[in-house]
Design a protein around this ligand. Structure first.
Ligand SMILES: Cc1cc2nc3c(=O)[nH]c(=O)nc-3n(C[C@H](O)[C@H](O)[C@H](O)COP(=O)(O)OP(=O)(O)OC[C@H]3O[C@@H](n4cnc5c(N)ncnc54)[C@H](O)[C@@H]3O)c2cc1C
Length: 465
């Protein structure tokens, strides 16, 4: 029976293993995870009557990948959609005030966030002819070229801060937001590309006899996101081994095709190995086997993030918020990157009479904040809450989670680097690389990639059986 070892029990590794069991039922699968619990970044904690997400807060139904996985795990009944208000009401913290992000053409036409000239540049994007440069283009450059410098300064930063906690001048638009250059190429503009994609989705739904699809939504589960990774781990049962860190791997003549060395026990033999741990760990594992490959993978940088969740009594919050939260663009160098109003986004995150909010601190420009002690972090965030939200009382509860290597940064040249990694990795039969370092950082990207990798591994083990 072929044996596949999956290194890393985060969302990606668990999904690879779960799909592999379906695609190649004849294969044995082992998932190795150094922590005492699977799930990786996905971690929900219950503290008194508060439910705190320490990592991701929700997933988008941008592709069917996560909804399909949820259905296959029998979890559809536990899903909760983000509130309508959180879809519509998103804010920026600029010049000491919360300012609503515009929605739709009318919102853009009237937004006070841009001057008349800035609004005109943005609204005429659909007709702008401007050839992309021959080299990789940053998010900042792309938005400036398409929609003008004002839109870039306000929206590119907000977009990148909200999703990547990165710097729009450093991130590659083709890697971080691959749909944008494709829309420009295929539809002549981003605005037209979005309109075309929306019409296509409606046509596809009609052909399938389904109702017209609504706008993209964010989802979680009644008991939090960890429901998903817990369910995956439960389905995999004894195949998930916690407390096992992989140190290295080598080609083995006498065992399977591969020997996987762990910090804690005897080596494992495997016919195929899927590395689904963070890039810097993949690099360390591959260092002796293939130094050039390890160097390329190890060069993918990560940012640092501290998640600071604070709860307040409702009576101490003058504004009853109905929205997603706000972003404090990184170029304003505030003590928070953004704040998610968790108890407004999803129900039951806080008991009646209280609110639960979480701030993300750090990112590429304030990385040192992750080193701050809990009191200093909580105080800094509380000060921001007084300023932005007008809170009048002390927090009744706090929980702080630190992610010293949080979100991989798809910097300029990322796509070329991934192509070089693919070419180098292809020299090793039975080695598969995946995880959020390569082709998308969102949970939806991880699940989608995991399904594709599982299909490739299944084909490999079936052909080499
Ligand atoms: C603070 C934060 C907020 C986020 N918010 C959102 C959000 O709201 N929505 C969204 O879609 N995405 C969000 N993301 C991104 C998303 O959570 C991640 O991209 C995704 O969960 C990554 O899953 P993964 O399995 O690829 O990696 P990980 O979750 O990093 O899992 C990798 C696993 O590998 C294990 N490992 C490490 N070293 C070894 C080793 N030597 N041997 C074996 N295993 C090893 C680790 O312990 C870990 O469990 C957020 C991320 C962070 C950090």
């Amino acid at each position: 029976m072929p044996h596949v070892v999956v290194v890393g029990g985060g969302l990606t590794g668990l999904t690879v293993a779960f799909r592999l069991k379906q695609f190649a039922p004849g294969a044995a699968v082992t998932v190795l995870e150094p922590r005492d619990r699977p799930g990786g970044n996905v971690r929900t904690e219950a503290h008194r009557a508060f439910r705190v997400e320490c990592g991701p807060n929700g997933f988008l139904d941008r592709t069917p990948a996560v909804p399909d996985l949820v259905r296959d795990l029998g979890l559809s009944g536990q899903l909760v959609a983000a509130s309508e208000g959180s879809r519509k009401n998103r804010y920026l913290f600029l010049d000491g005030k919360l300012r609503k992000m515009p929605r739709g053409p009318l919102g853009l036409l009237t937004t006070p966030l841009l001057s008349f000239r800035g609004r005109w540049k943005l609204l005429t994007e659909a007709w702008r002819k401007s050839a992309p440069p021959a080299r990789d283009e940053s998010v900042q450059e792309f938005v400036t070229r398409r929609a003008g410098p004002e839109a870039a300064n306000v929206f590119a930063d907000a977009l990148v801060t909200g999703i990547h906690g990165g710097d729009p001048a450093l991130l590659s638009v083709g890697a971080a937001f691959p749909r944008l250059p494709v829309m420009e190429r295929e539809a002549g503009s981003v605005v037209r590309g979005f309109l075309r994609a929306s019409k296509q989705r409606k046509r596809d739904a009609k052909e399938r006899g389904e109702p017209a699809p609504g706008p993209m939504r964010m989802w979680s589960f009644r008991d939090g996101l960890q429901v998903l990774t817990d369910a995956l781990a439960a389905q995999l049962g004894g195949a998930v081994k916690c407390g096992v860190a992989v140190q290295s791997m080598s080609e083995a003549a006498s065992m399977g095709a591969w020997q996987v060395d762990t910090a804690s026990g005897k080596p494992l033999a495997a016919d195929a190995v899927v590395l689904a741990c963070p890039a810097y760990e993949q690099a360390a594992i591959l260092a002796d086997l293939d130094a050039p490959l390890a160097a390329e993978i190890g060069a993918i940088p990560y940012n640092r993030i501290a998640v600071v969740a604070l709860a307040y009594r409702q009576e101490h919050c003058p504004a009853r918020v109905d929205g997603f939260g706000y972003i404090a663009p990184q170029n304003t160098r505030r003590d928070v990157l953004g704040v998610q109003w968790c108890s407004s986004i999803f129900p039951d995150r806080a008991p009646p009479g209280f609110v639960l909010w979480r701030a993300l601190c750090g990112g590429v420009h304030r990385a040192e904040q992750v080193e701050w002690d809990d009191d200093r972090l909580a105080k800094a965030v509380h000060e921001e809450m007084k300023l932005a939200m007008g809170v009048t009382g002390e927090p009744v509860f706090r929980r702080i989670a630190r992610w010293p290597a949080a979100i991989p940064q798809y910097v300029l040249g990322h796509l070329d680097r991934v192509a070089r990694i693919d070419a180098l990795a292809a020299r090793h039969r039975g080695l598969f690389l995946t995880g959020n370092a390569y082709r998308g950082v969102a949970m939806a990207d991880c699940v989608e990639q995991a399904g594709l990798v599982a299909a490739k591994v299944a084909q490999f083990v079936q052909h080499s059986a």
